[in-house]
Ligand binder design. Structure first.
Ligand SMILES: Cc1cc2nc3c(=O)[nH]c(=O)nc-3n(C[C@H](O)[C@H](O)[C@H](O)COP(=O)(O)OP(=O)(O)OC[C@H]3O[C@@H](n4cnc5c(N)ncnc54)[C@H](O)[C@@H]3O)c2cc1C
Length: 414
């Protein structure tokens, strides 16, 4: 049996639901969305869950409540793409055909890229807000002092700032619980700066100084030895140390091993396998799209957006908020006039960097890492969002989740 849709969307996550909700308001003959998941999560709040400041249950909603009415939910997993034949195959071998395809399956975790990660993550003192934020909060609460190591893999990850947000909150918690004097907080990253946007980096370096955090740049995470509590790194040419502390360090050839008492990391991230194995992937195996239109670089009736897309900007829901109207406009123009619309994506993304319980900095930027603050922030009496502000914390904890569930996922432009 073969089913056909004018528009078929793969993935009912942030991007897929928003595209469906906005396209529904246009004239589309039939729309299907494929996703096997029972639930959708508001992942940005997982940072707060990991710091004991948000209820995990509140980040989860049943998928059936979110898929817009009139859009057929195909509760299956895509296993293969055949864009030459305008068709996709599901894991139970159903063939679904389309006139236009929107690819939004997010990203996948490949734990094998860091030896020892799969066995250790989510157990004992090795945690990740990306996979189990409630466990992170337990690890932070159980920490008795020593070295708290915050790190991230060398691959692209969702919300690149998230591995340091939880560090700032953990430090704040250790201060409140009186443990900070017996603790060393370390941030080890393969990058060479704390953040790519100059104004934000300046603020964050002040936060790092205030919190007495030891930074280790150019550190490529290779292996986690959970039995001995050692994280192993190879060092890049850009390696440098800031605010150095006396750590217990082992060496093994070119690798250096940092002993830790707790470790938080993001998992190495890749495009889902069916994308990697498809003609839509680029050399790095992410989905190849035009950076302005988000049209596939090889199949004009296919678009890709969200975490799966090979766009040189941060992978965030905030980026998707700006990508969706452009993809929708292009699809509508393509269907009606056989040409793309005139809107272009400038790489906007945003990262709400919580720096303490009750404080936040809002990094908003474009492809060139220009700081591009939303003028609407002035209405919230926030003059300079590159500086820490309590009102930004209110935005993160209360206003953004409300906007997400009630506006963005309903197809309203915000
Ligand atoms: C800890 C953390 C903190 C974050 N903080 C922020 C933040 O502060 N601000 C911000 O804007 N963003 C943040 N993000 C990032 C944001 O959540 C993601 O960028 C966004 O959700 C990605 O949306 P997406 O639609 O691309 O993928 P997702 O929302 O992940 O959805 C992908 C969907 O595709 C489905 N799917 C996957 N494979 C298949 C398949 N083979 N067949 C069918 N369906 C499939 C999945 O089931 C899923 O429902 C954070 C993320 C994390 C983990």
């Amino acid at each position: 049996m073969e089913t056909h849709y004018e528009v078929l969307i793969i993935g009912a996550g942030t991007a897929g639901i928003m595209v469906a909700a906005q396209l529904k308001k246009k004239k589309v003959k039939s729309m299907g969305i494929i996703d096997p998941a029972e639930f959708h999560y508001y992942q940005p709040a997982w940072t707060l869950v990991g710091a004991g400041s948000y209820d995990y249950e509140k980040t989860r909603r049943p998928m059936k409540e979110l898929i817009p009415k009139g859009v057929k939910w195909i509760k299956k997993t895509v296993s293969k793409l055949d864009p030459d034949k305008n068709s996709v195959q599901t894991s139970d071998k159903e063939i679904i055909t389309y006139d236009y395809l929107v690819v939004a399956p997010g990203l996948a975790y490949d734990f094998s890229l860091v030896e020892g990660l799969e066995e250790s993550l989510g157990k004992g003192n090795v945690c990740s807000n990306y996979t189990d934020p409630e466990h992170t909060w337990k690890v932070i609460q159980n920490f008795k002092g020593g070295t708290a190591l915050f790190t991230q893999p060398t691959t692209p990850i969702k919300c690149g700032g998230a591995p340091q947000k939880i560090m700032y909150l953990a430090e704040n918690h250790f201060k409140k619980s009186g443990l900070i004097k017996d603790s060393t907080i370390v941030f080890a990253t393969s990058g060479g700066v704390i953040f790519g946007v100059k104004q934000i980096a300046e603020t964050l370096m002040k936060v790092v100084d205030r919190k007495n955090i030891h930074l280790r740049f150019g550190h490529q995470l290779k292996k986690i030895d959970a039995k001995k509590n050692i994280a192993w790194y190879s060092l890049g040419d850009n390696q440098s140390l800031y605010n150095e502390k006396d750590l217990k360090i082992d060496r093994d050839g070119d690798l250096i091993g940092i002993h830790f008492d707790m470790l938080h990391t993001a998992p190495p991230s890749v495009a889902p396998k069916f994308i990697q194995n498809s003609p839509l992937a680029n050399e790095a195996k992410w989905m190849s799209v035009d950076h302005k239109s988000m049209q596939s670089t090889t199949f004009p009736n296919v678009f890709g957006l969200g975490d799966v897309a090979a766009l040189p900007t941060a992978k965030t829901g905030a980026a998707i908020r700006k990508q969706v109207p452009i993809v929708v406009d292009n699809l509508v123009h393509l269907m009606g006039k056989n040409e793309l619309g005139s809107m272009a994506y400038d790489g906007y993304s945003s990262c709400p960097l919580v720096t303490d319980y009750g404080k936040m900095v809002l990094a908003e930027f474009d492809y060139d890492n220009n700081f591009t603050p939303d003028p609407k922030l002035k209405r919230m009496l926030i003059k300079d969002s590159s500086k820490e502000h309590w009102r930004l914390w209110i935005l993160k904890k209360y206003i953004l989740p409300y906007m997400y569930w009630n506006k963005m996922l309903k197809g309203k432009n915000v």
